[in-house]
Design a protein around this ligand. Structure first.
Ligand SMILES: [Mn+2]
Length: 244
């Protein structure tokens, strides 16, 4: 089973899109799990039908997913960037929607999968924002706005977040105590998540493991892209997409 996350696909980055599409078409995995932030931003499924660059790009992403989904199941867990991705796109792209978190039982081992943003408790402002936007009322009100307005709002949020990054803002990591609590509830001994863009394998105080996925940015130097593969024998491996 392949796990990827944080591709942050956008019309302006064809290098990452092409690497991702090539990976999807060639992977030898029996299933692909996308653990959130596949898209840099998602403002509603109606955007795919817009007769412009963004709509055409999102359509080509749906096509790549649907083509892969004919061969192997492709699962999608929403991230903080694409939590508004809805049933229309899920159906169009042939995806299986996952709850966050989800337990994956593979062979004798139980893995807990998450995007990871809900674990970053020390990002106080973000947790407040998250609690607000994940309500059905907020979602309905936002999606009822005209598409150009939603896109403009998303651009504004992104500019703000870029400005915070430029100003040297630091971001929290997944909370160890909450990670252990989630693992205990799920009866799993390893957590795999993305979101923080800090790929590493951690040992938790209780002996469990926390594995962080890499983001994908083919325009960065050096370029970043990684696939995590879980096997039935309980093993965990990181590999470049070209070797998957
Ligand atoms: Mn994220």
């Amino acid at each position: 089973v392949d796990l990827i996350s944080d591709l942050h696909l956008s019309p302006g980055d064809t290098a990452t899109f092409e690497a991702w599409r090539t990976y999807l078409s060639r992977t030898r995995a029996d299933a692909v799990f996308i653990l959130g932030d596949l898209f840099e931003v998602w403002v509603g499924d109606d955007s795919v039908d817009a007769p412009d660059e963004v709509g055409r790009f999102e359509q080509s992403c749906a096509d790549a997913l649907a083509l892969t989904a004919r061969r192997v199941p492709v699962h999608f867990m929403p991230g903080n960037r694409d939590f508004l991705l809805g049933a229309d796109f899920i159906a169009r792209a042939g995806l299986v929607l996952l709850e966050d978190p989800t337990v994956l039982q593979l062979g004798q081992r139980r893995w807990l999968l998450s995007h990871g943003d809900a674990l970053c408790l020390d990002d106080f402002d973000y947790q407040r924002f998250r609690a607000q936007v994940r309500t059905p009322a907020w979602r309905d009100a936002f999606l009822a706005r005209p598409l150009p307005e939603r896109r403009a709002l998303a651009r504004g949020l992104r500019t703000e977040s870029e400005a915070r990054k430029q100003a040297g803002a630091t971001y929290a990591d997944a909370d160890a105590a909450l990670s252990q609590q989630w693992l205990a509830l799920a009866d799993a001994d390893a957590l795999v998540h993305g979101h923080t863009h800090r790929p590493r394998d951690h040992a938790l105080p209780g002996g469990q493991r926390r594995h962080v996925l890499s983001d994908w940015d083919l325009l960065a130097s050096p370029p970043r892209a990684e696939v995590v593969r879980l096997a039935r024998d309980g093993t965990f491996a990181r590999m470049p997409p070209g070797e998957a």
